[in-house]
Design a binder for this molecule. Structure first.
Ligand SMILES: [Zn+2]
Ligand SMILES: [Zn+2]
Length: 282
């Protein structure tokens, strides 16, 4: 019980729940006034992703902190005598860099995509969509943050910044903000992230940044929002069932790998880019 209370106290994502509920309520009311439905079944599916993800992280973090601590103790502890503000600034940048690559590979490797597809499975784009998290994502995320601990960022500080990065990404899941002027050059904004959720051909595998969009500009994955975004997947799910949403791509990989002839083709079904695989004849 004490462990649960401690987790709630230390996990900003949980502390942000009242803020999430209030802002989603305001958004639902605004949409209702415009005679647009919020989508009760879709929202419930998104919330199940969020709640499940928090529960999984509660258990996974025990292992994750243990691994981070191993790396931290083995590393040179570069930030041991650095001023707090400078350590934090470096961590914000390093954490978002790790997020960019984790997120990019979660789109470019099919096994990783099987976890991340959950977040992209809604055809709506509102604040609740932000909470549609994968229950299996923490397993994929773990190795990307270990170098940060090795470099000398304290494990608990890393976990805190990971949560703050996710909280930042909550508010970009909205259609109500069109453009943020000069901030569009540096930050991941609602406009940039709408593109990320698009299934239009030019929007696929673009704009991976968490807090900053500069990584996409640097590494060639940036796409500005021009034509209206079609949200969701290229082949959308026809159900709001939480279990199907969480596991459908794992099942598809198993099916396709089973059908493929030869080891190389089987491995390709598991590890190749989903976008490349979709272009191949069935
Ligand atoms: Zn994504
Ligand atoms: Zn998103």
């Amino acid at each position: 019980m004490e462990q649960i209370i401690q987790y709630i106290k230390e996990e900003p994502t949980i502390l942000a729940i009242p803020f999430y509920l209030i802002t989603m309520g305001i958004e639902a009311f605004a949409l209702w006034r415009q005679h647009k439905p919020y989508g009760v079944a879709d929202t419930a599916a998104s919330l199940s992703g969020g709640v499940g993800s928090l529960i999984v992280r509660f258990f996974w973090n025990v292992f994750f902190i243990w691994l981070l601590t191993l790396c931290y103790n083995a590393g040179p502890k570069w930030f041991a005598s650095t001023q707090v503000w400078l350590t934090w600034l470096c961590l914000v940048i390093a954490d978002d860099f790790a997020f960019y690559w984790m997120h990019r590979l979660s789109h470019e490797i099919r096994l990783f995509w099987a976890t991340h597809v959950v977040h992209h499975s809604s055809q709506r784009y509102h604040l609740a969509t932000a909470l549609r998290q994968s229950w299996t994502a923490p397993i994929i995320e773990t190795p990307f943050w270990l170098p940060l601990a090795f470099a000398g960022f304290h494990p608990h500080l890393i976990l805190l910044q990971m949560s703050l990065n996710l909280i930042y990404q909550y508010w970009v899941h909205t259609e109500t903000i069109r453009s943020l002027g000069p901030f569009e050059y540096i930050l991941n904004t609602p406009s940039h992230h709408r593109v990320h959720h698009g299934s239009n051909p030019q929007y696929i595998d673009k704009n991976y940044g968490g807090i900053f969009i500069v990584w996409d500009r640097l590494f060639g994955t940036f796409e500005p929002e021009e034509e209206p975004v079609l949200y969701g997947l290229t082949k959308n799910l026809t159900t709001h069932n939480w279990f199907t949403i969480q596991v459908h791509e794992f099942a598809a990989i198993a099916r396709d790998a089973w059908k493929a002839s030869g080891v190389l083709k089987k491995l390709r079904q598991i590890f190749a880019s989903p976008t490349a695989l979709a272009k191949e004849p069935e």
